[in-house]
Design a protein around this ligand. Sequence first.
Ligand code: 4AD
Ligand code: MG
Length: 432
Amino acid sequence: MESIQILDAKKHVGETVQIGAWVANKRSSGKIAFLQLRDGTAYFQGIVVKSEVGEEVFQLAKNLNQETAVLVTGEIREDSRSKFGYEIGISGLEVVGESHDYPITPKEHGTDFLMDHRHLWLRSSKQHAIMQIRNEIIRATYEFFNKNGFIKIDPPILTGSAPEGTTDLFETNYFDQKAYLSQSGQLYMEAAAMAFGKVFSFGPTFRAEKSKTRRHLIEFWMIEPEMAFMHQEESLEVQEQYVAFLVQNVLDNCDYALDVLGRDREVLKKYTKLPFPRISYDDAVELLQKNGFDDIQWGDDFGSPHETFIANSFDQPVFILNYPKAIKPFYMKPHPTRKDVVICADMIAPEGYGEIIGGSERAIDHEYLLEQIRAHGLDENEYSWYLDLRKYGSVPHTGFGLGLERTVTWLSGIEHVRESIPFPRLLNRIYP
Ligand code: 4AD
Ligand code: MG
C-alpha cells in the first residue's frame, strides 16, 4: 500500500492508500464519525463507518482528541461538497502521537493568545493557506528572474554599511569591530550587477523600527533585483511585469488557498493588466491637497493614509515617481534638471496595503556620491569599496526591493503583516 500526501489525491481515486495526518476536528453519530484531517498539504475529511471498521476502530476514532497524530488507511474518493474535493473512506486507523488539551480550540481566540501560540497557530487552515501563497510568490520569483536572464546572488547578512539610513540599525559585535544586521542587500547587489549584469537577491533584512503598524515587521524578507546598463523607465517595466506575474501565478496555482481565504479572484485579475499607472510625487501632493489633506506639503513623506488615498484613486498598483531628495537615501540618482528631486519610484499596492516596492536609478558619479555619503553623516571609509564601483567602469544602473511579507499580505487579502511570515518579529515580540 502506498503512502501519499492528500494533495496528490486526484491520482489515487479508488485506490487504498495510507496517509499520516493530524486530527483538526471531528464529529460523530452512533454509526459514523467524520474526522477533519490535516496532513500538511491540505485539509480533508476522513469517514469512519462503524459497520465497516468494527467496534474497536470506531471507538478509537470517536475518541480522538484535537491534534492527535494518526496513520489512516483507506480508499480515496471524490467529495464534491468539500473545498478540497477528495475524502478518504477509512478502513484502518493507528495513533502515532497523542494530544491532550490542545490550547487552540475551534472557538475564537484573541490575537495575543494566538501570537503566543504561533508555533501551533501555524497549523490552522487560514495560516496554511497564507503560507501556500507565500511559497508560490517565492517560487514564481525564481521563475521570473531566471527566465529573464538574472542570476541569484546572496548578499551578506552581517554588514558594515547602512544603505537605508542609520536610525533603525541592529548593531552587534563582530569580534572587535561593530557590525549591523543587513537593512538591504542593495549596495552589494550593485557590486554584483557590475560583475554579472542582471542579478537578484532574496533574503532576510532587519530594521529596528519603532513602528507598530499592520505593515511593519522588524525582520522581513526582500527580493532585490539590480540591473546594469538600465535606466529607471525600463526598471519600472520589469517591476510591473514581475508583480503582474506574481499575481497571475497565485491565481493559477493557489486555488485552494484563495478559497480558504475568501479572496476575490476578480479583484486580483485587475492587477495582471499592464501597464500600472504612474503619478509623479508632485502630482500626488497636489491630488492630496485638493482632497482635503492639509497636512501634506511638498517635501513631506507620505504616511499610510496618504498612500491609501493615492492608491484608491487608481484600481491597480500605482508608481509614485521622483520624490524629494531630502527624504530618500544617499545613493539615488539626482534628477537631471531639478536639484531637490531624485529618480526613484515606490509602488503602492491597492486596497490600502501600502508600499510594496521601493526602487531607484543609482547615482553613478564618484564625486557626487562621496559628497552625499558625507552629507548623510556616513563614514566614507566604510563605503570606499562601494565608491570603487564608480571608479572602474561606472554605468547607469537601477534596482528595486520588493517586500515579500507586504506582497503576501496583499495577495492573501489579510488584515495584518504578522500573519504573512511563519514567525513574525515585531516590536516587543521575539517569542516564539
Ligand atoms: O523602500 P525600502 O526601504 O528600499 C530599500 O531597502 C532599497 N534598498 C531597495 C532597493 O532598491 N534594492 O524597502 C523596500 C521594500 C518596501 O517597499 C516594503 O515593501 C518592504 O521593503 N519593507 C518592509 N516590509 C515589512 N516591514 C518593514 N519594516 C519594511 N520596510 C520595508
Ligand atoms: Mg521605501
